[in-house]
Design a protein around this ligand. Sequence first.
Ligand SMILES: [Zn+2]
Length: 416
Amino acid sequence: MPKIYFIDVTNRDGVQTARLGLSKLEKTIINIYLNEMGIFQSEFGFPTTRHESNYLQANLELADMGVLKPIRLEGWIRATVPDVEKAFTLVPNIRHLNLSISTSNQMIYGKFLGKKSREDILETTFDAVEAARAHGAESIGVNAEDASRTDMDFLVEFALAAKEHGAQRFRYCDTLGYDSPFTIYEAAKTLAQNVGIPIETHCHGDLGMAVANSIAGAKGALDGGQDAYINTTINGIGERAGNADLVATILAATKSKGFAEKYQLGNPIDLTKAWKITRFASYAFKVPISINQPGVGANAFAHSSGIHADGVLKDPDNYELYSFDEVGRGEPETVETGREICSGAYGGISGFRHIMGKMAGETAVPFRSSEEAGEILELVRYANVEAQKPLVEDELLFIAKYPQIARKLLTLKPLE
Ligand SMILES: [Zn+2]
């Protein structure tokens, strides 16, 4: 029986969004949280972008060390041989890739301006897939950008040929958020039936339907007999109006009427991590979680009107579809309202020792020597240069625990 998997693309689509970005350490923490949550794959960055190289290599080292396991770390590149060559030159250990190319007439004529035909699109993609295989890529997904505005006949031809050349998955990109649940269901089902390859859905929210489309697309793939891989981003952060929200999509796949009874997840997801990961992404992106965000918004479990409050007090099932503890809420949190010592790019040893010593119980970090404390502080200062805001506890602990990895993450060498 085909199953549903999640591929989070926050570290690719989220960070390429206008006005928004993440430090390399923040991206790493997100990979760690996604792994803890049971997300199948993280599209962790751009292997052809030079300032990503150290970050990508450091995260692959974390995978080898078992820290980022079992999550699969996959890079996004354009479907061209030069991009494949560059990816394996800059990040030799990369094992999972998604290769992307535009397939719609709009983009073929409007973007490539007549320099590429459909035949060129096919040829370029297959050469890229074969080059990636020759470099030892273990899994290759082929992305059809603007798939929702591409003729289905061509899309099937493209996906079939991609499969023949060695692609393991086909990503159907609703790049402009143009689909509705009805159209994407049919498209995903047709592709699954005619191509016989697992289908990824990549949905955007320009018409407010990213989550609904993701679920409908997954249903189409599953009804067509293939596994469904849903692309999400944390808090829905992504190009323009954003992508399918990670937590909302998991909730929709597991709680919506009739869906969970019929369709299964490929691996268990720990939704209790939702609170932590969404709050961290909100802090890192500096984008507040909206008050009515599913599961994690301030009002998601708030009731004031007489009828609702009375009803939920008698039986939460009256007005709540799922419980707050299922999404990791309900634990008391301490908010400092008095003096605070924060990490910063110009911090010193005294403040740093105070911060690290203040962490609760077993997470408090004792240093073996003042040299060791000084070294970690230096790395923390560099991390602050990139983050431009105080580091959170998990970031500080990460640096203290994996100083060599942190050093690599934080190393940027422009114009080399
Ligand atoms: Zn996108």
